[in-house]
Design a protein around this ligand. Structure first.
Ligand SMILES: [Zn+2]
Length: 478
């Protein structure tokens, strides 16, 4: 049954250029969006960039640019990276866009009208790197543990959101599973945060100039995190006089990395409850990863630019290499040093070889596709589809690779290249069996490797099959 499916990535902070971490999240969301579209669901896939805040303003100054000029350039880099990775989003929301400003204004006014906002003094610490208020408890040797920098002392007038009014309700919605936090261990982590106690939080900042002014007090700008979360509704027309927003909201899935769990699992639902909007149905939180066993960092020089991967392997193979590494949702290690090997074994020798030698034999023996044959449907295919739907991408890809290996093995055993012209009937059966599997594989790989999928489907479509250029040219061994 077809249904609507609204999926989001976080909007990425423009203080950073696109790297493999952003790519990992975005490719995963694209796989789900494509899988749902392919099944006939009506899909909206939102991604974008988070462009306000003190840190961005500082970076613009360092770059000798106006903030808007600076964010325009970085936002463009994200769009280029997503184009290279063949990410098919429906909207790219930017927090400096007029539609975002309008939606945020409507939302904040509603918050105010619901009596969920009050004015107070904030006195405490703030880490510009995190764009987060930070408590003494969280410091390590007086410094932010993430940025290894001393936080700023801040004393200013802020507007606060009455988080404490909604906290029990949010907790209950998570415990009951009405708003799913996945995987299970992240749900436990969130429930643990409630135990630590929660305080009301600032929704505005007095001294941060690069932001959206508070509609009812223009001397204040909306706190960048509060504003950024609203991209999930501004990106689908919140506050506009159209049906678009009510069509897509609530989100079916927010995907993110675990560092922003608290904002998404607690603050965002509380804000939505305050304005009377339904909550996202599901939030899936993936883990952190290391590169060849080392933490990714600028100082180590091991930050991977996704464009470099695409240049080397192509977009389909890059998507495959990223998602086949370890279970999505857990921490893991990206074995960059083994990318060449994995590309050669799984894609060049596995899928590429199966397709090219089958097409070659079909052309040589004048065997075509039996178009009356229905696509193969069996338990294996059903299991793989379930795995994709439930974020188990590595298992799904292992399952697909299993089918590829099985088909290659069958071909080796039958060895139709040894057949004589008298074996024509036998040859036809063997090659049509393999081509049925190939068509099934093309269907299954579509969300991960859309270009390859389409090429194979077109090649294995009619009464005559022709040999074509290899899908995955073998990388020479270094
Ligand atoms: Zn920090």
């Amino acid at each position: 049954m077809s249904r609507k499916y609204y999926i989001t990535t976080p909007i990425y902070y423009v203080n950073d250029k696109p790297h493999i971490g952003h790519a990992y999240t975005t490719v995963a969301a694209d796989v789900l969006a494509r899988w749902h579209r392919h099944r006939g669901d009506e899909v909206f896939f939102l991604t974008g960039t988070d462009e306000h805040g003190a840190k961005v303003a500082e970076s613009a100054v360092e770059a000798g640019q106006e903030p808007q000029e600076f964010v325009n350039e970085v936002a463009k880099l994200f769009r280029i990276a997503w184009k290279n990775l063949n990410i098919k989003y429906d909207n790219f929301i930017r927090t400096t866009s007029p539609e975002h400003h309008r939606a945020v204004g409507v939302f904040i006014n509603k918050l105010k009208a619901s009596n969920s906002i009050y004015e107070d003094k904030y006195e405490g610490l703030y880490c510009v790197g995190c764009e987060k208020f930070i408590t003494e408890k969280e410091l390590v040797e007086g410094k932010c543990p993430v940025h290894n920098k001393k936080p700023k002392k801040i004393k200013e007038k802020n507007y606060f959101f009455k988080l404490t009014d909604y906290i029990e309700q949010v907790k209950e919605l998570i415990v009951s599973g009405k708003m799913k936090i996945l995987p299970e261990e992240r749900k436990k982590e969130v429930l643990g945060l409630f135990e630590q106690g929660m305080e009301d939080f600032s929704v505005s900042r007095e001294k941060v100039k690069w932001g959206i002014p508070l509609p009812f007090d223009k001397k204040q700008n909306i706190y960048v995190w509060v504003e950024a979360l609203q991209n999930y509704i501004s990106g689908i027309g919140y506050g506009e006089p159209s049906e678009k927003f009510s069509k897509w909201w609530p989100a079916d899935c927010h995907i993110m990395a675990k560092d922003i769990l608290k904002f998404h699992a607690i603050y965002w639902p509380a804000l939505l409850l305050a304005v009377g909007e339904p909550l996202p149905k599901e939030q899936f939180i993936h883990g952190f990863f290391t590169i060849d066993g080392k933490k990714m960092s600028k100082s180590l020089g091991n930050v991977i630019n996704p464009n470099d991967l695409v240049n080397q392997y192509g977009s389909d193979a890059t998507r495959y290499l990223l998602l086949s590494q370890f279970p999505f949702g857990q921490d893991g290690d990206v074995k960059k040093s083994l990318f060449d090997e994995k590309y050669n074994s799984d894609l060049a020798n596995g899928l590429g070889n199966l397709v090219s030698r089958t097409a070659n034999l079909m052309e040589k023996n004048d065997v075509g596709i039996d178009t009356a044959q229905q696509p193969i449907s069996n338990d294996k295919v059903d299991i793989i589809n379930k795995q994709i739907e439930h974020y188990r991408f590595d298992e799904a890809l292992k399952g697909i690779y299993g089918i590829i290996s099985q088909a290659n093995k069958y071909l080796d055993e039958q060895a139709p290249w040894k057949h004589t012209p008298d074996d024509k009937e036998k040859t036809t059966i063997v090659l049509q069996n393999v081509s049925d599997w190939i068509k099934t594989i093309a269907e299954l790989i579509y969300p991960f490797m859309p270009i390859t999928s389409r090429r194979i489907s077109q090649q294995f479509a009619g009464p005559s099959v022709k040999k074509e250029d290899g899908l995955f040219p073998r990388l020479s061994d270094k």
